[in-house]
Design a protein. Structure first.
Length: 467
């Protein structure tokens, strides 16, 4: 073989080797970046804001599905609704006669359900801060409440060892689920509202068929009480936290244990999925919140500085913030900065409060849309001419109290815009950030009712009742 040909062949071989090594280096860098990106994402997480207003331990926190509000329950017998963007109180709800253990928002963010040691569940009009209905059926403390993602049902777990499924519209008991041998401390709906998971002090989790009331699977893996259970946003997984200090991720279909997450030094009181299902937050009596990668099971960040056990955690709908509640009477908002807290309406929350399985019933939709959900209470019709309350609706449950209020008060501040007259969907500029990624479009709520104006009152901030 000629010398020049041999040298050329050697040179080609060397170039191929160099390219191969370069490719390996590129892939190595890419994989290294993938491994670190999650940690980098939460590296700047810190306590941004504290909300103080309860006179007792905070037992449950829950972010509203539209991202505008936080609800908190306390052993001071009250529920407080807070503005998420500025941390100010909107309403203090006072009707329970004992400790309130759990709160859960309806999917349309209009109503709240609260469960209490007084054995009752109260459904509230969150906008007006008024009690709509009291549900009675448990014979012991109501530890957990959860609104179904379709808005039609409520589930409650109790120390009487049962789970009750309620019709949200009528307040009637549809099913009483019996199968646990000790108190039920947590309930969570599947995103399609067909199944229910309950966690109990008997160390088990039961998956139920919500329609038939049949027990489908019993998950055993914890060595102590199950304090919390939450369904993932895609419905494929369950997460549970226990007195044994561990978090378990389960395959919801097969019931198999997929991962056991160990990092807390004391009992886990609350778990909450991020809206995209990639991360899980857990709050513990060890005074920390841990953020986990749900795929790898790795701990990404430990949030310290609570100075008290963490009884409840809830992820914001946009996935950029966490709320936690503690016995020191303080609610803490965690994140990198407050810039995005006004953009919370971008997706539905998959978070859970301490005992309620999900803040809105599971966060089953990729973004928040009023029209997707059933509204069991408010069929009150106000048009843009501010006409009277429609008496034909009086048979609708929950409206007797509202009718009495409107009849006696005449002109009142519009409950949709709080008297501002501004469209609450677009903020008044007539533009709406399309959730499917096509940029800004004309606001679907006010485009036919006067640009930037509240569609309920027509823009003057007032509605009228009959005198």
């Amino acid at each position: 073989m000629p010398l020049g040909h041999r040298q050329s062949k050697k040179k080609d071989s060397k170039m191929r080797k160099t390219k191969f090594l370069t490719l390996i280096a590129i892939f190595a860098a890419l994989f290294a970046g993938c491994g670190n990106s999650d940690k980098e994402m939460f590296s700047g997480f810190k306590c941004l804001k504290t909300l103080e207003g309860h006179s007792g331990s905070v037992t449950s926190v829950c972010w509203s599905p539209n991202g505008k509000y936080l609800a908190s329950a306390s052993n001071d017998y009250t529920v407080i609704i807070w503005y998420a963007n500025n941390g100010k109180k909107l309403k203090t709800l006072e009707e329970h006669s004992d400790i309130v253990w759990s709160v859960s928002w309806s999917p349309n963010s209009k109503y709240l359900a609260s469960g209490s040691l007084d054995k009752t569940i109260i459904i509230w009009d969150a906008n007006r801060g008024k009690k709509l209905r009291t549900l009675r059926g448990h014979s012991d403390c109501v530890s957990s409440v959860s609104w179904s993602p379709d808005g039609k049902y409520l589930a409650s777990g109790s120390n009487d060892e049962t789970v009750i499924i309620w019709d949200a519209k009528s307040g009637q008991i549809l099913k009483t689920l019996e199968g646990h041998s000790s108190g039920v401390f947590s309930v969570s709906w599947s995103p399609n509202s067909k199944y229910l998971a309950s966690g109990s002090w008997d160390k088990t989790i039961i998956i139920w068929d919500a329609k038939s009331g049949e027990s489908l699977k019993t998950l055993e893996g914890h060595s102590a009480f199950v304090h919390c259970v939450s369904w993932s946003p895609d419905g494929k997984y369950l997460a549970s936290g226990s007195q044994d200090g561990s978090v378990i991720i389960w395959d919801a279909k097969s019931g198999q244990r997929l991962k056991t997450l160990k990092g807390h030094s004391w009992s886990v009181a609350s778990v909450s999925w991020s809206p995209d299902g990639k991360y899980l937050a857990s709050g513990s009596n060890d005074e920390t919140v841990i953020i986990w990668n749900t795929k790898s099971g790795k701990r990404l960040k430990t949030l310290e500085g609570n100075n008290a056990p963490v009884k409840s955690v809830s992820w914001s709908p946009n996935g950029k913030y966490l709320a936690s509640g503690s016995p020191d009477r303080i609610i803490r908002i965690w994140g990198e900065n407050l810039d995005a807290i006004n953009d919370n309406e971008s997706s539905s929350s998959g978070g859970s409060s301490s005992n309620d399985g999900n803040s809105s019933g599971g966060g089953s939709t990729p973004y928040y849309d009023n029209s997707n959900y059933y509204d069991p209470y408010m069929n009150t019709d106000y048009n843009n001419n501010n006409t009277n309350y429609d008496n034909s609706r009086s048979s609708n449950p929950g409206l007797d109290r509202a009718k009495e209020y409107y009849d006696s008060h005449g002109e009142i501040d519009c409950p949709s815009c709080h008297g501002s007259g501004t469209c609450q969907t677009c903020g008044g500029d007539g533009l709406y950030n399309n959730p499917f990624g096509y940029g800004e479009i004309s606001c679907p709520n006010c485009s036919t009712n006067g640009i930037g104006k509240c569609s309920t009152c027509g823009g003057d901030g007032k509605v009228y009742g009959k005198r």
